[in-house]
Design a protein around this ligand. Structure first.
Ligand code: CIR
Length: 339
């Protein structure tokens, strides 16, 4: 697709969208009017995209399956005939590092979108408003340790905004990839953050997906973090119907997040392994874990604090992701201790 994508682009959409396929898909539209041109706009505008395509609604995955399917199979290693299955059964895993010598914090998030609404790249302001109202109502019914307050960005003053940012409970306007996809439209309208009173449960509203549901603790108690998330998902599901596909599980704006929509990870201090990065990367790979910089993707590792999280999101259950992370962290800490 060299005529559409910049020559230096090496995204998966460029790799899989042949001229013939483009011709076959360019006149199609989902019921809400999402087109191939809109879906690949981010990949065209940003030559350094790794994926380069966003879904504008749940139907995008069917209407444009001829381009989404090969990208999903390439990125997730998802085989023909394979089916995704969810499992959010609570776990009872031993606390890995009770002295907090290595693990500073644990965070698990899932992405969710609501059935019947366009995804953030394609939603119109009145629908985004309706969605915010619906989500706010569901959040207001959470009980016990999950209960808290919703902070709409439109009504926050600079001081309140800065306070949320320092925690870090907040999100900002999306990056240039999301911007080109249309995800930032009307920002900061209808966006906001909910957090529980103890700040261990957070929900981002109308970011890259309708909901980013997050459980976090400044401990290594992965079960506690996961179980809080499981309870929250069950409670929210009583009021909200999430967009799902029989084969692909939960559907998200970016095809990298479909399936569980889950990223489960820790911030971990590894002074010795920082000097032996190949060993760290080897162990992580064996447990399907990825290593990022201290403050996430495309950031540097500062003071030997690594961000380690799952690579797999599709074709694996939520509880299996958490068990893999637990086993991988035990192995990484054992290696750190042995050096
Ligand atoms: C890209 O193609 O590089 C961007 N659209 C981001 C892909 C990773 N997905 C994500 O952060 N949700």
């Amino acid at each position: 697709m060299s005529s559409f994508f910049p020559e230096d682009a090496c995204s998966l959409v460029k790799k899989h969208l042949s001229l013939n396929l483009h011709t076959a898909l360019e006149h199609l539209k989902t019921d809400s009017g999402y087109t191939l041109a809109k879906a690949i706009h981010s990949g065209i505008k940003n030559p350094d995209s790794s994926i380069g395509i966003y879904a504008g609604d749940a139907q995008s995955y069917q209407t444009f399956s001829k381009i989404f399917d090969p990208i999903i199979s390439d990125y997730h290693g998802f085989k023909k005939g394979q089916k995704h299955a969810s499992d959010i059964t609570e776990l009872d895993l031993a606390v890995i590092d009770p002295q907090k010598k290595y693990i500073k914090s644990t965070r698990i998030r899932v992405a969710r979108n609501l059935k019947g609404f366009c995804f953030p790249a394609h939603i119109l302001l009145p629908h985004r408003r309706e969605l915010e109202k619906k989500i706010k109502n569901a959040l207001s019914q959470l009980k016990g340790d999950l209960s808290g307050n919703y902070f709409p960005f439109e009504s926050l003053d600079e001081k309140q905004f800065q306070q949320l940012k320092t925690e870090p409970l907040c999100f900002e306007k999306g990056d240039r990839f999301q911007d080109a996809a249309g995800i930032n439209s009307d920002f900061p309208k209808c966006r906001g953050v909910f957090h529980s009173f103890d700040k261990q449960f957070v929900v981002w509203v109308n970011e890259e997906d309708h909901l980013r549901i997050i459980s976090l603790e400044k401990t290594s108690d992965i079960s506690s973090v996961f179980n809080r998330l499981c309870r929250a998902l069950l409670a929210l599901n009583r009021h909200l119907d999430f967009a799902q596909d029989k084969r692909y599980g939960y559907l998200t704006s970016c095809p990298t997040n479909i399936g569980t929509g889950m990223r489960a990870g820790v911030h971990i201090h590894l002074e010795k392994l920082e000097q032996k990065k190949e060993l760290l990367y080897d162990i992580a790979k064996g447990f399907h874990l990825q290593i990022r910089g201290t403050f996430g993707e495309k950031t540097k590792v500062e003071n030997a604090v690594f961000d380690i999280s799952n690579c797999q999101r599709l074709g694996i259950s939520e509880s299996k992701i958490v068990k893999n992370l637990h086993a991988g962290l035990l192995a990484i800490i054992a290696a750190e201790k042995s050096l």
